[in-house]
Write a protein that binds this ligand. Sequence first.
Ligand SMILES: *Cc1c(COP(=O)(O)O)cnc(C)c1O
Length: 328
Amino acid sequence: MATSRRTLTGSPAVPLAEVVDRLETGKNRDDSARLEATRRFPVRWTRYYLDLIDPADPADPIRRIAYPEAAELESHPDELADPVGERDRSPQPYIVRKHADRAILLTTSRCHVYCRFCFRRSFPDGEHRDPSVEVLDAAIDYLARETDLREVILSGGDPLTLPDDELRRIVGCLAGIPHLTQLRIHTRAPVHDPARIDRRLVEALTSKLPTWVVLHFNHPREITSETRRVVSLFLEAGMPVLNQTVLLAGVNDDASTLEALCRGLLAQRIKPYYLHHPDRVPGAGSFYIDIERGKRIYGELTRRLGGGLALPAYVIDPPDGSGKVPVG
Ligand SMILES: *Cc1c(COP(=O)(O)O)cnc(C)c1O
């Protein structure tokens, strides 16, 4: 039912041994618990993302986002294999639907870099697998049958790990569905592997469907000169660019970091859309923060920004599968 693609479209992976070499001082080099963690959930680095890290800082936020730690092997009783209730909301393999008018199409399980807090690490199969062309086509047939739908969200994994031709084909199929009025693409490729985004890719994503691009910046240091280039390509193609951030302990759980992130995004013509309360993901306990603390941080962020365009909505995606709701 599912096939495994040997490669993804994007920059080559940096060998794990080289990542360890760069990020570890002598005594931790041979940390077998961490290497075991890497077997539970894949690790992949691009040179671009690795170069954003300060190797001298063991608490570097970029390092925390993508470098496995032994804590990943620990789980807590209140963590859930299906933290946002997607399994019961999957009417068709590789589709998630919590709303009448919009649905997610999980195009792949691959990413250019794997975030250690990912809420979809065990979905859809609990394995690192991609849908075959037949399974993907059956999912698209479902979208074509469901005439209440207005919007399809390409997600994964990261849809931009797929080859341009495959993306062109998928977008072409969706553009041919008469009841759809918009398309959304959720991707972290501009953060992890901006070289993946070029004119050819943007052209492959272009159709008659109005298309929104939702990025996933979590820290102001992820914003670079490459960000400006990538955003310009989307905007020139008429695709508005938004961002969602996950509130993460040790990465961005303070109002000044979030303020710098939101102001930095807006300066790049990216509208901060959502700030997500972290999900109860097994093995991601070190990123979790208490909701009361989240509310205090968001309150402080709101005061600092004085509301306005830079302020995202603070939302939580509860485990009952009912969909995202504003916190408080
Ligand atoms: C997040 C999500 C969406 C998109 O929700 P918006 O509030 O429109 O951004 C759609 N479907 C599912 C299942 C989701 O989890």
